[in-house]
Design a protein around this ligand. Structure first.
Ligand SMILES: Nc1ncnc2c1ncn2[C@@H]1O[C@H](COP(=O)(O)OP(=O)(O)OP(=O)(O)O)[C@@H](O)[C@H]1O
Length: 275
């Protein structure tokens, strides 16, 4: 089966210009990273601050260019330099950030936030746009009455539901989730993770899930990639990586991580695996 996303040897260098006091230098944020994610699966990318997770997320979402390497969506090559990138290709990948409040326009009503991608990218009429937004609100566990409300009228978990709904409005092939639950309380984290798992089941969505939290990754990932100073030091199935970590950094990372209370997620996944 052709993977939804394939990355081959992706690199990203940042050139930091010099000054009177400092020499110019190059930061190798991502160094030759390769991976593939099949439809309906979740790849978790784990690592501590500064390891290159967000840079990789921005490359995969086509927000930032890569310096070299190849990226394919459904077997089709992406212009990673972003010189001839089409909007059709760009809309195949959507992103949800850690802090939805920072990405939801506070002056716009939820209905406008959800219909905006349709206005920009499609010729769908106003009634149909409204219907689709209403349907999506329900899919993410919100209600029709929320359509006319503003982001500040929602809790953090609800705002993240809105961000997920917006990301899904254009039927993307891939969702990049950049620390999507890190800013939420534990119980709300579990609800949002359960929602993501339900949506994945229903729409056969493919996820790249960026996280520093191994207890979350343990329960949502099919495959895990551990990054360290821009390199993928570990890559394999969740079972392989968790039961038999190879790299000394992964071993240290696992040893240092407390187990969070994600029992409801665990139970849900057990049900999913049994089905
Ligand atoms: N625009 C930029 N210009 C220069 N250096 C950058 C830029 N963006 C990231 N970097 C550097 O690239 C490296 C990787 O950063 P990145 O933000 O991808 O890491 P991260 O793992 O996502 O960290 P965090 O979880 O703190 O966001 C870091 O050394 C960072 O300082």
């Amino acid at each position: 089966m052709t993977p939804v996303l394939e990355a081959r040897d992706l690199t990203r260098d940042y050139h930091i210009p010099g000054s009177f006091f400092k020499k110019a230098r190059t930061v190798h944020a991502v160094k030759g990273v390769s991976f593939a994610v099949e439809q309906g699966k979740t790849l978790a990318i784990v690592g501590e601050s500064g390891c290159g997770k967000s840079t990789l997320a921005r490359i995969v979402t086509m927000i930032d260019p890569a310096t070299s390497g190849d990226m394919l969506i459904d077997g089709q090559k992406v212009d990673i330099a972003r010189e001839t990138l089409t909007s059709d290709m760009r809309r195949k990948v959507q992103i949800v950030f850690q802090n939805p409040y920072g990405t939801l326009n506070p002056r716009k009503k939820i209905g406008d936030i959800l219909t905006e991608p349709l206005i920009i990218n499609t010729k769908i009429g106003a009634d149909e746009r409204r219907d689709r937004a209403m349907a999506m609100l329900k899919k993410v566990g919100l209600e029709e009455k929320h359509y006319g409300r503003y982001p500040h009228m929602f809790s953090g978990g609800q705002r993240q539901r809105v961000a997920i709904a917006r990301a899904l409005m254009l039927n993307p092939r891939l969702l990049v989730l950049d620390e999507p639950v890190s800013a939420l309380d534990l119980s709300v984290q579990a609800q949002v993770l359960n929602l993501l798992a339900d949506l994945q089941d229903e729409f056969q969505l493919t996820y790249v899930f960026i996280s520093h939290d191994l207890s979350v990754v343990r329960y949502i990932a099919d495959d895990v990639m551990v990054m360290y100073y821009g390199e993928a030091v570990e890559y394999g199935s969740r079972e392989e990586v968790f039961s038999n970590p190879q790299h000394s950094y992964t071993k240290t990372l696992f040893a240092a991580t407390p187990r969070a209370d994600v029992e409801s997620i665990k139970a849900r996944l057990a049900r999913k695996n049994a089905a």
